[in-house]
Design a protein around this ligand. Structure first.
Ligand code: ADP
Ligand code: MG
Length: 348
């Protein structure tokens, strides 16, 4: 007994000595919001020892985010790099040498097509452009709001064959073999970039953080930075009349990704048209107000949230239940909530 007591005293003495020599202030919670990337809002919340330290790291994160944004931009070129705008511009002309990050995204885009049963197609650019133009013009001039012509949609849909996206990993080039085809990575790029950024954050910046890249939320470590508390992630209510969050999830080391019809849409003759287009009808998917996916990988979450928004509930449920570690929540047009079999485990 005596032996144990003295051992205990020695251990306490050592522990308090160590405590003195390596004293550090408890990490504090800091956050930063950025609005200049991916045409959306990015927020990072993390625990750090001082505001200066947090800001230094947040600036590093912003550099990385900016690089992904420029590489994946389909709307404009940037000096000194070949991005997706360049690839689209060179359709039918020549292969374009690209950064590995571009090649990896497009390889993932091909996987996304298979995984989503053809509903998420990064080669749908020619069709999506018609909807994009109609949306922008209609939002600007609501009195002359219009829908894309059916004939134009049908004509454009003849140029969406993902087999015409030629990726050469050895040469690190991308070629669109159909001159009228174009890439639109809106359904996958944010989740893919969020996954890559999250990995880089964990390796270089913080252990306890939440990164949200336009509704693609990645969580790691713990809220409070104390190793005990899960993060709370709110799911926005698609019903504009409802004041509060739809649900609050408690989790960590998971991605939470939502696709919805309530942020990007336009109105023609009193009907709302959202930005997620079903490839079979060439019209906006209209079965759900929102779909949220929880899984480890935000790239997969992004693909699936868009796919489930397009697929029927039965097809979507079947897809989710066949995948390990994936849960989903659907909100239908009447704002009824439907859960996959273990989604409720995450509810607070
Ligand atoms: P958000 O970008 O608002 O988070 P999503 O991840 O669901 O939502 O992606 C929607 C975007 O994906 C659209 O703005 C458009 O650029 C693109 N998109 C729409 N429909 C499809 C589709 N069927 N396949 C591939 N991309 C699509
Ligand atoms: Mg998506």
């Amino acid at each position: 007994m005596k032996k144990y007591i003295s051992l205990f005293l020695v251990l306490t003495a050592v522990a308090s000595l160590c405590g003195c020599s390596s004293f550090r202030p408890a990490p504090q919670r800091y956050s930063k919001t950025l609005t200049e990337y991916f045409d959306t809002v990015t927020t990072v919340i993390a625990y750090d020892t001082s505001e200066a330290e947090f800001n230094r790291k947040a600036e590093e994160l912003e550099q990385w985010l900016g690089e992904y944004d420029r590489l994946y931009d389909i709307y404009q070129p940037y000096d000194g790099i070949n991005n997706l705008y360049t690839v689209n511009e060179q359709a039918g002309k020549a292969p374009v040498k690209v950064d590995r990050k571009v090649l990896d995204l497009l390889l993932y885009g091909k996987e996304a097509y298979t995984l989503s049963r053809g509903t998420v197609n990064i080669c749908l650019g020619s069709v999506l452009r018609l909807w994009h133009e109609a949306r922008e013009a209609s939002l600007e001039n609501p009195e002359s709001a219009y829908l894309p012509e059916q004939a134009a949609l049908t004509q454009a849909s003849a140029h969406t064959d993902i087999q015409q996206l030629i990726l050469d990993e050895q040469a690190s080039t991308v070629y669109l073999a159909d001159s009228e085809m174009s890439l639109d990575v809106g359904a996958v790029a944010k989740g893919f970039a969020a996954r890559a950024l999250s990995e880089r954050i964990q390796e270089n910046l913080w252990q306890d953080f939440v990164l949200s890249l336009g509704g693609n939320v990645c969580t790691a470590g713990n809220k409070n930075g104390d190793g005990t508390t899960l993060w709370n992630v709110q799911i926005e209510n698609p019903n504009p009349q409802a004041g509060s969050a739809l649900e609050v999830l408690q989790l960590t080391d998971k991605a939470v990704v939502t696709s919805g019809d309530y942020q990007r849409y336009f109105t023609v003759d009193g009907m709302q048209y959202c930005h997620i287009i079903a490839p079979d009808t060439l019209y906006p998917a209209d079965a759900f107000s929102g779909v949220t996916v929880v899984c480890e990988d935000s790239a997969l979450g992004d693909v699936l949230s868009t796919a489930l928004f397009i697929l029927s509930l039965d097809q979507g449920k079947e897809l989710v239940e066949a995948l390990d570690g994936v849960e989903a929540l659907w909100v239908d047009k009447a704002y009824n909530i439907i859960y996959s079999s273990h989604f409720e485990d995450y509810l607070k």
